[in-house]
Design a binder for this molecule. Sequence first.
Ligand SMILES: [Zn+2]
Length: 429
Amino acid sequence: MSETYLLRGASPLGAKPADVLVRDGHVAQIGGRPSARGATVVDAAGLVLLPGLVDLHTHLREPGREDAETVDSGTVAAAVGGYTAVCAMPNTLPAADTAGVVEQVYRLGQQYGRCDVQPIGAVTVGRGGTQLAELGAMADSAAGVRMFSDDGDCVSDAVLMRRALEYVKAFDGVIAQHAQEPRLTEGAQMNEGALSGVLGLRGWPAVAEEAIIARDVLLAEHVGSRVHICHVSTAGSVEILRWAKSKGYPVTAEVTPHHLLLTEDLVASYDPIYKVNPPLRTGEDVEALRAALADGTIDAVATDHAPHPVEDKECEWLAAAMGMTGLETALAVVQQAMVDTGLLDWAGVADRMSSRPARIGRLTGHGHDVEVGAPANLTLYDPAAPWEVDPAQSTSRSRNTPFAGRTLPGRVVATFLRGRATVLDGKPQ
Ligand SMILES: [Zn+2]
């Protein structure tokens, strides 16, 4: 059923307020005095109107770990966070390495209808790192996969990485690399440095990420095919990306909200809530990541939403799973790290959290400008609504947010998917 909304006094990308009419799944009018007849009126004074957010890196855990998350619960959390599309990582059980599994995930997303779910296919069979998966069959499937990743693990074999890049070139695909040299990070528990020595935890050295990024930007250029670097976490990685981009190499990159705000110092608590891969780094790394996101060296913010059940996180550090949830808090964390610091304006946020990720993932229905005629994939955000993060209130099935008890500066008020409200007054519809 078609719905009509009048967003009264909204600020598109933070610009001057205007009444915005949403009708028949599209943005029908901006400014002037649209008629409220038949429309649900939303008081949007003081609220920023953004294109619906697009996440390149979400773990929905279905099939196989429905105790942690499902397509159902994960897309509620995504909508509450302002997302209208998420790319689902393939480290499920079984791995999403065939047309059958990616189609299953894709159809579940359509069935629930809260957020478009674009599956990412595995690069190798079972994410085992030895044999290429059926990349072409996944591309040709109903899910139309364009992005492939063994995320959670690195495609560490250079020959396999080269072949994967060659294979996806034919259909404009992209390999999303989890850059982690496996031998250099065996048993790694946190960032390698003075603090890991003090705490007695095995270190994950920055060079293990940087070495793979350096190799892969060279391979991508050699093959003439696109590579995307997942969750960049070090200042050195930023320097390599800056160099590769200056040469025009076909590389894009993402950073997570938690790597923009949190540092390794938190690990001194031994609280596994801060255990994540790649690990939290130093304050200098955080500064470099913020600067790179601001100047466009890093293209996108991606959540790496990694839900885990309580028993996998509330245990001793060494036994705990790696990962943090992120869909519901991402926009507020980006506001705190990037907007309130003056590094990015709201147009910049729209670019890094919607337009560019949509382009990287080839999600043609998303990432449009907020303009008349565009599909009404929209997020209405209140940048002046501080709230304390309470994991018990989360719509995700999991509770492992590192922001529990912290006050974040703003909140999503409404999300629209093709003109239908998936969230209204902050509540899932
Ligand atoms: Zn990863």
